[in-house]
Ligand binder design. Structure first.
Ligand code: MD6
Ligand code: FE
Length: 222
């Protein structure tokens, strides 16, 4: 009896840990394991990333300053985020093929909209999905996402594979940064007051969750 209750408690705690969402800051909601609680797991998403990258391969974009990024990127949806010597922007065509980016599946739009809803942002309809691929050692320096037409919409991110330390700063580059581990299946919403907070990813470490980390960010670009 007592033993059973202990086991139930342990299971309950585990479930809570996996599903309890937490505000990192006003407008910044972390949903651990949100991919599983809002949708049917991660296998379909990994398969979809494979299909996207066979049409629009991952590539190391150059910053306007000319440096090659350590993270490889591709996109899906009506708009894709690109960077080159001319600057950062959204483009309806993949510059490598001059073809439209692969479409966004309904399941992903629903996942993003449900996550945004959980953070208090109604009617989020993304038109862009940037897919980042990290090998161990790759990192994302502190940045603001400000190439979108309106900052009224949140950005929803989905992490898969290797865990990473997400760095959340303030509205000024020099502000103190808090760290949050993002694990496979975690969702993160940045909206409202947090929409323009600086953020980045510390160098990804090798681990047991696979060889790679993927992060998908669903955005309203236009
Ligand atoms: C990453 N994420 O986790 C990079 N941006 O690999 C982002 O840059 C990001 O997670 C806006 C909103 C959520 C994010
Ligand atoms: Fe970002």
């Amino acid at each position: 009896m007592a033993r059973q209750r202990t086991l139930d408690n342990a299971m309950g705690d585990l479930f809570e840990q996996e599903t309890q969402s937490r505000w990192l800051a006003p407008g910044a909601l972390h949903l651990p394991g949100g991919l599983d609680s809002l949708g049917p797991g991660s296998a379909w998403l990994l398969a979809w990333i494979g299909a996207v990258s066979s049409q629009a391969p991952f590539r190391h974009l150059r910053t306007p300053g000319g440096q090659s990024m350590s993270v490889a990127m591709t996109n899906a949806g009506p708009c894709g985020w690109v960077s080159d010597r001319r600057g950062y922007r959204y483009s309806p065509l993949d510059p490598l093929s001059q073809q439209p980016w692969p479409p966004l599946p309904r399941e992903l739009l629903t996942l993003a909209s449900d996550a945004a809803q959980a953070a208090g942002f109604a009617d989020f309809e993304p038109d862009a999905c940037l897919i980042n691929r990290y090998l161990p050692g790759a990192r994302m320096s502190l940045h603001q996402d400000r190439d979108e037409a309106s900052f009224a919409h949140p950005i929803v991110s989905v992490s898969l594979g290797l865990a990473a330390e997400f760095l959340l700063g303030g509205l000024t580059r020099g502000d103190t940064v808090q760290r949050q581990t993002l694990r496979s299946g975690d969702l993160l919403v940045l909206g409202g007051e947090a929409r323009l907070r600086f953020h980045g990813v510390a160098p990804v470490k090798a681990g047991a969750e696979g060889e790679l980390r993927f992060n998908l960010t669903l955005r309203r670009a236009q």
